[in-house]
Write a protein that binds this ligand. Structure first.
Ligand code: UDP
Length: 337
């Protein structure tokens, strides 16, 4: 198989590239390196079955060329992270929607199998105990910038469903739930690398609000495996799936776990949402996926639990080579503010 991975130099993308190469596929990565990094692809330029193209998926001619040379497309190229979305709302929204429009249009023209990466963020506050794919969505007002990421992803998903219905595009949408693991940067506010970095540096762990909000963290390797199973399943075409883990933890307990697993002396402090983001920030209190559908279609089960995810992330950030990465991360972040 020949696969195109847009955003393949990013966190999830680079793990997907690795897994595709490991099973013998040829992989073409299209990435503008806005947030992705070449070093995420350790063998770029050296691996005989990996080709890297520096470019933007919004460039229709480039996208057409790339798509015409592959059998399957994994579309991940997007601005991500709550901090980035709130700080660069317009750019993020335009980038995410325009990129997907171009990609789906070209994919439909050429009839290529496509997997579109969406996000659990589309559920907003959610409707039930666990979030099911057929649920109505519960997003907040567009005047709260946080929701613009979800709004963009909802447009992406609707485009995918419309291209499937009207142009026969063989597309599957995956909604990832708080994916984490090695190579995830803390630059865009994601909580696991943020807490791990803070703990390793001996800095306070910054819990937003009361810390009783909950999430279910999924290991990137599990997510990639689930996505690859869905790509192979003809019954998954035209469908939307949650991919993740259902082990629920509060953010305060997550902070405590990180402190324990790193044997850090860092204190845990509470920071108000207003200080961390903006005045009218709205957080999601509870987010738990239903995994019934993906289980029924392809037999997916997550394998890596939270403690193991944290151990792997801690080990990767402790590596000597990553000390520089962490410093660079901090510098870039503070320069942007
Ligand atoms: N969070 C936190 N401290 C941080 C970064 C994040 O308490 O330094 C919280 C954040 O407010 C949210 C949760 O951790 O309640 C998950 O945040 P993240 O940005 O990782 O993912 P998302 O909000 O998209 O689920």
């Amino acid at each position: 198989m020949k696969a195109l991975v847009t955003g393949g130099a990013g966190f999830i993308g680079s793990h997907l590239v690795e897994a595709l190469l490991a099973r013998g596929d040829e992989v073409l990565v299209l990435d503008n390196l806005a947030t992705g990094r070449r070093v995420n692809l350790p063998s770029a330029g050296k691996h005989p079955r990996l080709r890297f193209v520096l470019g933007d998926v919004r460039h229709a001619q480039l996208a057409r060329q790339a798509i015409s040379s592959v059998d399957v497309i994994y579309h991940l190229a997007a601005h991500v992270g709550v901090r980035q979305i709130v700080g660069h709302a317009l750019e993020s929204l335009l980038n995410n929607v325009q990129g997907t429009m171009v990609l789906l249009d070209e994919a439909a023209r050429l009839g290529r199998r496509t997997v579109l990466f969406s996000s659990s963020e589309v559920y907003g506050q959610g409707r039930g105990e666990t979030f099911e794919e057929r649920d109505d969505l519960a997003l907040g007002s567009p005047s709260v910038l946080r929701w613009s990421y979800a709004a963009g992803k909802v447009v992406d998903e609707s485009l995918a469903m419309a291209y499937h219905a009207d142009r026969g595009l063989p597309v599957t949408v995956v909604r990832c739930f708080n994916t984490c693991g090695p190579r995830q940067t803390d630059r865009y506010g994601m909580v696991v690398p943020t807490f791990v970095r803070q703990a390793l540096l001996g800095a306070p762990l910054t819990v937003h609000g009361d810390g009783h909000q909950t999430r279910c963290f999924s290991y990137v390797g599990d997510v990639v495996r689930g996505v690859m199973m869905l790509e192979k399943a003809p019954s998954a075409v035209g469908e939307i799936f949650n991919v993740g883990n259902h082990e629920e933890v509060s953010i305060l307990d997550l902070a405590r776990k990180v402190v324990r697993l790193t044997a850090s002396r860092s204190p845990i402090i509470h920071v108000s949402y207003e200080r961390a983001f903006e005045e009218r920030f709205e957080d999601i209190r509870r987010r738990v996926p239903s995994l019934e559908k993906i289980r029924a279609f392809v037999g997916y089960e997550p394998r890596v639990g939270l403690d193991e995810i944290l151990r792997l992330t801690i080990a990767s950030l402790r590596l000597p080579g990553d000390a520089g990465t962490m410093t660079e991360t901090v510098t870039t972040h503070s320069l942007k503010q």
